[in-house]
Write a protein that binds this ligand. Sequence first.
Ligand SMILES: NC(=O)c1ccc[n+]([C@@H]2O[C@H](COP(=O)([O-])OP(=O)(O)OC[C@H]3O[C@@H](n4cnc5c(N)ncnc54)[C@H](O)[C@@H]3O)[C@@H](O)[C@H]2O)c1
Ligand SMILES: O=C/C=C/C=C(\O)C(=O)O
Length: 480
Amino acid sequence: MIQIQNFINGEFRQPLGLKYIDNFEPATGKVFSQVPQSTVADVGLAVESAKAAAPAWAACSPDERANYLSSIAAFIRDGAEEFAQAESQDNGKPLSLARGVDIPRSALNFEFFAAAARTKSSESHHGEGAINLTRRDPLGVVACISPWNLPLYLLTWKIAPALAAGNTVVAKPSELTPYTAFLLGNAFKVAGLPPGVVNLVHGYGAEAGAPLCEHPDVKAISFTGGTATGRGIALSVASQFKKVSLEMGGKNANIVFADCDFDEAVHTSVRAAFANQGQICLCGSRILVESEIYEQFRDRFVQLVSELRVGDPLRAETDQGALVSKAHYQKVLTAIAAAEQEGGRVLCGGRSVPGDGRCEGGWFVAPTVIEGLGPQARTNQEEIFGPVVTLIPFEDEAEALEIANGTNYGLAASLWTQDLNRAHRLSAKLDAGIVWVNTWMNRDLRTPFGGMKESGLGREGGWEALRFFTEAKNICISYK
Ligand SMILES: NC(=O)c1ccc[n+]([C@@H]2O[C@H](COP(=O)([O-])OP(=O)(O)OC[C@H]3O[C@@H](n4cnc5c(N)ncnc54)[C@H](O)[C@@H]3O)[C@@H](O)[C@H]2O)c1
Ligand SMILES: O=C/C=C/C=C(\O)C(=O)O
């Protein structure tokens, strides 16, 4: 049995209370590791060590920091296969996806912010008889809190910019997927990162995450997870005026116009709907289709979805692995039943899929397509975060926009059209922090990333992340 450890002050450590949580392999439903059940005392040690390391780390030159980040990236690239297997086992995602997306992107996150550390500059503003210089200084100790769907990818997407900007970090990975974060501790050791610069504390959100956020020495919180959790964090630290960056849920519209490149639209829509079992905040879970091509699109889409192979994440031919936990699996099945109850017609899927062989006890759900529900139906308003999508016909651009914007969320949207004017017109009006035209999840790490409305507060990526993790100070120097 693998025993995961915290990583504090450069060392792997047991939780002080010596208590552990069972960690399950979603594809088998069996316990395969133990996760520290850390508490406020472990968080206190981690913050103390990050605080002690902060002045020296802030004083490092940008090049020195960049070299450490590059070494961490190299460790991930060298050990990519071990990381990919760990991610797949821990999360239930196909090994091919972990190999092709999660792990390369995790290494790239460090490479990208190494380059950013080397090249970042700050502004100066020349006025009449004065020049303004803007310093962007590290904040000190920051907290990084990440979810289970893209475990190492999203954890490193926070740690790398925090370090590049000169902060020290206490991170709390998801208790459902702690394994690759644990392996990352070795990267910090091998890279020779000074003790305390990054600390990893595992455990439940309420017992480890909450005290971390509320700790007076933690100056900023970068959080990715559910909207309810993000709201709770923002409320809990409001009186301390902490900086918070919140990346939360979505109910993203994928809007298909009759003039689209049909083949590309339908194939990418399948990927956008079901990649990672639909457990990506950017997944297009509401597919809006112009009525002129609704039947044609529906029939082809359902045919392609029915061909997706669900099963053992280790098999090369698997398209859909297991859902992350038994609770989440049950939640998704309940959401499907609720959709049927409110009048939805299940066109394919709609049920669990029994695993075979070693996967007999796994948590598999068939990719599910539902039609016949209005935009205001619960199924079209609430995030399911699983392999379930709805099809909604629309008559014209105005109706598409109204439906797309008609939820409390505002993370991402996709548009499929060959009409450039329409693409610009609609992109400008969509309530979404990210709009993709004739593509999906096409990521340039320099761009602002984040959501509007209840999907987010603030932006990650490129300079936005470095700005979040720094405090600006303007110095105005007068001259004669
Ligand atoms: N916008 C984005 O970029 C993005 C990316 C990935 C996932 N998500 C969202 O994340 C959700 C799924 O992830 P999840 O179930 O892991 O989310 P979650 O909110 O349950 O947990 C996220 C993290 O927060 C921690 N946490 C829980 N309670 C806490 C508390 N009171 N204080 C501090 N930390 C606490 C958890 O332990 C975990 O590490 C979905 O809603 C999805 O849309 C958003
Ligand atoms: O599930 C959420 C996905 C988030 C993706 C990113 O943050 C990214 O691609 O940078």
